[in-house]
Write a protein that binds this ligand. Structure first.
Ligand code: PLP
Ligand SMILES: N[C@@H](CCOP(=O)(O)O)C(=O)O
Length: 510
């Protein structure tokens, strides 16, 4: 079959999944004629076939009409510089960032409603690899990778939480949503990008490319995701961590997953510099978001948000920013949906930074004049304690092209916002507290209206950052009011004492 004929009729692997009567994916219960015997269950695949083998049988290696390559980021249209995704390259010839460019003309052979129904048909299944929120968009992510090479934990498809009480009580909003990207395999949004990067590494190693291990610098979440996906694939991982600057829960993740953990007496920016130098010398593949492959996975969270709103576009999306890959990934996901006819506009983006690590905020406030890195100070939002973000150019591009805004949060603001959210039933990380602070500020100034549909991106699970909550609720933070602290009450273990405190408590709740 030629490429053009493949394009004219949607090939089998592109058709929204319809059960095949012979190899049916539907688990059929056959009602027995005898009502006393349980119905016989017919499985979609034989007992000795796993889901990878099933995928192989249903979609044997097919030549896909879609493709992607590396190009210099925001290159002049006359540029011809490009690289295959099978090359090991992180920077353009001029030293600039790279971007993964998809063959949009091939993707445009199918209209927006086609892509919507294809993506919708794959949500939440165990069909390899499409049950993953990332790989359900495979044609837009890494179209050419063989499903056999994919390393996935069925990541993505994360909860879109309607923040009903928080929105009503604190902001007068009734269409406020928190996209819980941290309710994920390793507890942060990094899984979305890491499944793509480690899958490509798996492919490169099978092609005998010089990749012995994969390495990253990290404030805790990238390292957790890298080590988990590498462990799943049996690939060595090496993580560069700033000593005493990440949470215990984050530190134990790569240790448990068998990574080679380097604890370095520097900050994240120092680790990033070192890992860049080391990966230029040794056969270690760089897994930070400087590597544009990561963003191809992360952009699917934006597509997923649209999908969860039945392809209606929210007014605002607020993302906490550190190394600044994710804000661009969101822009890219939204922009691709517009470009390919799934939606007719994109939301306005807000990037939220901790005031103690705010180089993008300062740049925005200066009217995008010359950018200067900062020395990031300690922040409870430790995963975004980054002063020299590698994706600064990508972030500026995303914000300029989405009529975007940058906000910042002081330590007290972000901790109070986190406590308020938790008190309404969430259990968020401090970075999400930064994003919620941005929302408070933009609501107070009237930029975000009460009726605006707004999505706050929650980037990690609160359980990774319990020490910050313990400090807050025990009022152990110098110079912070901790106004919502809710410490436990020590009570004598006798009936009278317990009754006394409970009566007092119930009276205060009336
Ligand atoms: C929990 C969390 N939130 C937000 C961010 C910011 O993402 P980015 O570095 O892509 O700006 C990171 C990592 O930097 C993170 O780990
Ligand atoms: N928060 C990140 C910082 C590194 O970001 P990356 O997206 O460039 O890997 C982390 O968890 O390490």
């Amino acid at each position: 079959m030629t490429t053009s004929s493949l394009l004219r009729s949607p090939p089998f692997f592109l058709t929204p999944h319809h059960p095949n009567p012979k190899t049916t994916t539907t688990i059929k219960a056959t009602i027995s004629s005898n009502n006393n015997t349980p119905p016989a269950i017919k499985h979609r695949r034989p007992a000795d076939e796993n889901i990878r083998q099933e995928a192989h049988r249903l979609t044997p290696s097919i030549h896909t009409p879609f493709s992607a390559k590396y190009v210099p980021f925001n290159a002049d249209p006359s540029s011809t510089e490009s690289y295959s995704l099978d090359e090991i390259v992180y920077r353009s010839r001029s030293g600039g960032l790279l971007d993964v460019q998809h063959d949009l003309n091939a993707l445009k052979q199918f209209d927006g409603s086609y892509w919507k129904s294809l993506f919708d048909s794959r949500v939440g299944k165990t069909t390899w690899p499409y049950g993953s929120g990332v790989w359900s968009k495979k044609e837009w992510v890494l179209p050419e990778i063989d499903s056999d090479d994919i390393v996935s934990a069925f990541e993505g498809n994360s909860n879109m939480f309607w923040a009903e009480r928080f929105g009503k009580q604190y902001l007068g909003m009734n269409d406020l949503w928190v996209k819980h990207c941290g309710i994920s395999h390793t507890g942060s949004f990094k899984d979305l990008g890491m499944t793509v990067l480690v899958s490509q590494v798996n492919r490169l190693r099978k092609m005998n490319r010089p990749v012995i291990g994969v390495g990253c610098a990290s404030t805790g979440d990238t390292s957790a995701a890298l080590s988990a996906y590498c462990a799943a694939a049996g690939i060595p991982s090496i993580v560069f961590l700033p000593a005493n600057k990440i949470s215990m829960a984050q530190l134990v993740q790569p240790i448990a997953n068998g990574a080679f953990v380097l604890s370095l007496d520097t900050d994240f920016d120092g680790c990033m510099q070192l890992v860049r130098e080391v990966t230029a010398e040794l056969p270690i593949y760089l897994a930070n978001s400087l590597n544009s492959l990561r963003l191809e996975g992360q952009k699917t969270a934006a597509i997923e948000i649209l999908q969860q709103f039945d392809w209606e576009v929210p007014d605002w999306v607020i993302v906490p920013g550190g190394n600044l890959g994710n804000i661009y990934a969101f822009y890219k996901g939204f922009h691709m949906c517009k470009e390919l006819g799934l939606v007719d506009r994109i939301p306005r983006l807000v990037c939220a930074q901790a005031a103690n690590a705010n180089p993008l905020y300062l740049h925005f406030k200066s009217g995008w004049k010359d950018f200067s890195p900062v020395k990031a100070k300690t922040t409870f939002a430790s995963a975004i304690q980054i002063g020299d973000p590698v994706s600064i150019d990508r972030a500026v591009y995303a914000l300029k092209n989405s009529n975007g805004i940058v906000e910042e949060a002081s330590e007290e603001e972000l901790m109070d916002a986190m406590a308020q959210a938790d008190a309404t039933g969430m259990f968020i990380c401090p970075h999400t507290g930064v994003a919620l602070t941005a929302l408070f500020k933009l609501r107070n100034s009237g930029v975000i209206k009460a009726s605006d549909r707004t999505v706050v991106v929650s980037t990690a699970h609160g359980l990774k950052f319990t020490q910050s909550k313990i400090d807050y609720h025990s009022k152990a933070i110098p110079e912070m009011g901790c106004g919502l602290a809710n410490p436990p009450v020590n009570v004598k273990a006798d009936f009278g004492s317990v009754m006394d405190v409970l009566k007092k408590y119930l009276a205060s709740q009336q």
